[in-house]
Design a protein around this ligand. Structure first.
Ligand code: RM4
Ligand code: MN
Ligand code: MN
Length: 898
């Protein structure tokens, strides 16, 4: 096969490398890549013999210790295919390679063999394109490539003389896993803090950029210097290469105001190292002129470099981070002097053109999850002293402590104060742009006010909100000492399950894709009818609540969505709320309406719900409740939710107080009115509850009433089961079976209880019941019950625990019950049922329930970049104490959520 032309080869490699890097760095340390399209490589990958020679493996021990016994060959024909055609099959190709490697390890291992090493390929061969190699650092990646080149020469040489043969597998294994080799590996120095990370720095040829590069290099990162000054660029590159090794540093020219130049610079970055982890937007200019002397051209130049340049750089970086799905950091360096002039110093210019940028404190975080592996990205812009003292504290959070001035130095005290005392500024989402100091209009932006609190939400304190310990790198470090034991337990469990005919990987995959929504109302302490005992750092508003929910998801990778409650969570700027959630990597599950209490001062609820809402005897109250539900659904739709949950406390406290029939009919009529006004495809969930606040008779007291109503209302009206809303000992799993049968199961509010609607943590009292519920669900899933697509949500109230800890626990317990239910031997169960073997049937369930699935849960989390032990990671993070410092303490008092 003819090699593709050089530009195509480079383009294909640049497209492929970040994707491969992302896929093979999900677990364990990040890898750095190397691209080689030397003629001998091209000849080999283009030869007919590739398919037969490559799998034979390399022959010389020295070679395959570096290259692994065989490369991964990616089928590709540059004449007819594009780079994009390679991507869809990549994941499977890698999985197959890993499975092959694991099988090789299993076949050949000895009782005292070291544990299996990273099963991902090192060498990737792409016909017509060349060879990619990936390793823990650049030098190793390059050298691995060179070793494979040697192997190519050996194969070529041998094949011309006679027939090339690889080393017998067992022999190869014995060398690869030679105990002395292992001892050598164990004695390697600990990798530096940023080993395997790749940084891109604009304005990298001098000043702050070069200082940042030096520091990142010291910590082990690979650095791409990007600058417009070719001469300075080469000078700095050469100097840094000399001090830190040529492998570690690359240089690329770009004008940051030009889109195509930046795109090319990032292509070069991918080719040089395989991807990106840290982008430092630093290229700037220092033009200073008093306002009256600032020409339009100067203004424009500033905008081009300092605004457009930052935008283009961060956008390209973000695109690459998205491709890798590994998270990363984008740092914006801005001038502190533009914000607050140093004492005794004239402000550089006041207002100076770039103030509009440098006065903007941006705090932005992104986290993508859903079905994809967890990852997070953070972008911060902090005031950096223009003195060359690196980059202020901007990097705290992912860089080692002390990198840039230590904790608390992220913003200068003056700036921190400014960004936190919000009235008088302008903010939307996470951006805070202060205009006052520009002597511009002093105004409050009405849009930014949240109805809940008559002032801005100071949500911009991300530097304080996210404790560094919650960063992905920190979590990985926390996981590191636990990994070996986890792997061991996982393998042992895998063997045990394999004996039962169960593929542990299939279970782990199912668990990994399982999500349960957190209830926004549960991240604050709840309380009982009697009292509420608030804890430090209570969320003040929905933005804080989302941040707490994000912590839960970050640690568990199990709670990608949040269920909101209106009007508790109502805001006037819905877009900002959505943006905030998206930046935190959260989506929304069913939204809830609230007509079980009055909302004094809220113009949408002038009438009281004391005697009911949707079923109230007074049509005006019913209309008000209906309107509220419709508004909730509309709000939910804007946020991307797909359902509205209605729970009403309507009912009677005394016999005779209410006409049962009339009340139920009014309920149906009201719900029909809501249903009729729902956005297209929106579902309506009816939640039943046995009692409270109505102590004698509740209108929708049980699943029977709920089902009757749902059937009367319409197809998209379904029944939601809150586990706590039943009499003690009620057979909830059977209710689930009935609702599945009727195609009316909306989903769940998971919690646990001993007496009533206790709202205790899921599985806290009766984990077996939770398992039995999941047994029904997994059974329904397995037989593909029609219309079966339940929504999983938590609904709890916390009186004596930290809500975040409780919700973490519950998410894990729900996942555990799901995993256990996946282990039920359904064929055997059906057999025992058919034979009326009651004992064995119940034992079949017990066996699944009693299997310790902890390693599966831990592995799913580890693979998703979450915490193997979320509770200890949370406690170690100091998050609660950190938020307590910025969220004012609340006084205790009367009853809370019931
Ligand atoms: C209720 C019910 C609802 C929840 C409220 C706060 O008992 O469980 O789902 O919205 O509490
Ligand atoms: Mn509920
Ligand atoms: Mn409840």
């Amino acid at each position: 096969m003819q090699p593709a032309p050089a530009p195509t080869r480079r383009a294909v490699a640049a497209t492929l490398m970040p994707v491969i890097r992302g896929l093979i760095s999900q677990e364990g340390p990040r890898k750095v890549g190397h691209f080689d399209d030397a003629p001998e490589v091209l000849e080999f990958v283009g030869s007919h013999a590739l398919d037969s020679l490559a799998p034979l493996g390399t022959s010389c021990p020295d070679h395959f210790l570096r290259t692994k016994i065989a490369p991964l060959v990616l089928a590709f024909d540059p004449a007819t295919q594009q780079a994009a055609d390679l991507l869809p099959g990549l994941e499977d190709a890698l999985a197959a390679y890993r499975a092959g490697y694991a099988a090789y390890y299993q076949r050949c291992k000895h009782p005292d063999s070291p544990a299996m090493r990273d099963p991902n390929p090192v060498v990737y061969l792409i016909p017509g394109i060349g060879m990619l190699t990936f390793a823990a650092d650049k030098a190793t990646a390059r050298i691995s490539g060179e070793f494979y080149r040697n192997a190519i020469n050996v194969m070529r040489g041998a094949s011309t003389v006679s027939e090339y043969r690889g080393l017998p597998e067992q022999e190869a294994f014995n060398i690869e896993y030679w105990l002395l080799e292992e001892a050598k590996l164990q004695r390697l120095p600990r990798p530096r803090a940023l080993a395997g990370r790749i940084a891109f720095i604009t304005g990298g040829a001098g000043g702050i950029g070069a200082a940042t590069a030096r520091r990142l290099l010291q910590d082990g990162a690979c650095v791409v210097l990007c600058d417009i000054d070719r001469e300075a660029l080469e000078g700095t590159r050469a100097a840094l290469a000399k001090s830190h090794g040529a492998d570690q540093v690359a240089a690329v020219w770009a004008d940051v105001t030009r889109e195509e130049a930046l795109a090319a610079a990032f292509t070069e970055t991918a080719l040089a190292f395989g991807g990106l982890d840290i982008c430092v937007c630093n290229a700037g200019i220092a033009s200073a002129a008093p306002l009256e002397e600032t020409s339009l051209a100067l203004w424009q130049k500033n905008i081009d470099i300092l605004a457009t340049g930052y935008f283009l750089t961060s956008r390209e970086a973000y695109r690459m981070l998205l491709t890798q799905k590994l998270g990363g950091s984008i740092i914006m360096v801005a001038s502190k002097n533009a914000l607050v002039a140093s004492p005794g110093r004239r402000p550089i210019a006041r207002p100076r053109p770039q103030s509009c940028i440098s006065r903007a404190a941006w705090h932005w975080r992104g986290r993508r999850t859903a079905s994809a592996p967890t990852w997070s990205t953070r972008m911060r812009c902090c005031a950096a002293a223009a003195s060359g003292r690196a980059i202020g504290g901007a990097a705290r959070g992912f860089l080692p402590e002390g990198f840039a001035g230590g904790a608390g130095r992220c913003l200068s005290p003056a700036l921190a104060a400014q960004t936190q005392r919000l009235p008088g500024g302008y903010r939307r989402g996470h951006r805070l742009l202060r205009l006052r100091d520009l002597r511009q209009i002093h105004r409050q932006h009405p849009e930014c006010r949240c109805r809940q609190r008559q002032r801005f939400h100071p949500v911009n304190q991300m530097d304080k909100f996210v404790t560094p310990q919650l960063d992905q790198a920190a979590l990985a470090a926390q996981n590191a000492p636990l990994l070996a034991a986890l792997q061991e337990d996982y393998e042992a469990l895998g063997r045990g399950l394999a004996r039962r005919g169960i593929d542990i990987e299939a279970v782990t995959r199912a668990v990994a894709s399982f999500g349960v929504a957190t209830p926004s109302w549960a991240v604050g302490t709840g309380g009982t009818r009697f009292a509420r005992f608030p804890m430090p750092g209570e969320p003040r508003n929905v933005f804080d609540k989302l941040e707490d929910c994000a912590v839960i998801h970050r640690l568990t990778a199990a709670t990608p969505t949040v269920s909101l409650h209106f009007p508790w969570d109502e805001v006037s700027d819905v877009a900002a709320l959505k943006e905030h959630a998206a930046a935190l990597g959260l989506g929304f599950d069913a939204v809830n309406s609230n007509t079980f209490q009055d909302h004094p001062g809220n113009p949408a609820h002038p009438l009281s719900y004391k005697f009911g809402s949707l079923t109230h005897a007074d049509a005006a109250v019913r209309a008000q409740a209906v309107a509220h539900n419709i508004a909730c659904a509309a709000l939910g739709a804007k946020l991307g939710a797909r359902a509205l949950t209605i729970w009403v406390g309507d009912g009677a406290n005394f016999p005779g107080q209410q006409d049962f029939t009339a009340a139920f009919e009014r309920y149906i009529e009201s719900v029909q009115a809501v249903y009729g006004a729902l956005p297209a495809d929106f579902a309506l969930f009816l939640e039943h509850k046995m009692y409270e606040p109505a102590f004698y008779a509740t209108v929708i007291q049980d699943w029977g009433s709920s089902l009757l109503a749902a059937q009367a209302v319409g197809e998209r009206c379904l029944c939601l089961v809150d586990l706590g809303h039943h009499a003690p000992n009620v057979n909830i799993e059977m209710i689930v079976a009935r609702l599945v049968h009727a195609r009316k199961l909306a989903g769940f509010h998971f919690n646990d209880s001993k007496y009533g609607d206790d709202d205790l943590d899921a599985g806290a009292i009766d984990p077996y019941r939770l398992f039995l519920v999941f047994n029904e669900l997994v059974g329904a899933q397995a037989r593909q019950a029609p219309g079966f697509a339940p929504a999983y949500m938590l609904d709890q109230s916390h009186n004596v625990t930290d809500p975040i800890e409780s919700l973490i626990t519950s998410a894990i317990e729900v996942q555990r019950a799901f995993a256990q239910a996946l282990l039920v031997d359904r064929a055997a169960l059906a057999g025992f049922q058919a034979q009326n073997d009651a004992l064995m049937a119940s034992q079949t369930l017990k066996r699944a329930f009693l299997t310790d699935v902890q390693p599966i849960l831990g592995m799913a989390r580890a693979r998703a970049g979450a915490a193997i032990e979320p509770l200890s990671a949370y406690r170690a993070s100091g998050y609660r104490a950190a938020v307590a410092r910025i969220r004012p303490a609340k006084a205790g008092g009367g009853g809370g959520i019931v």
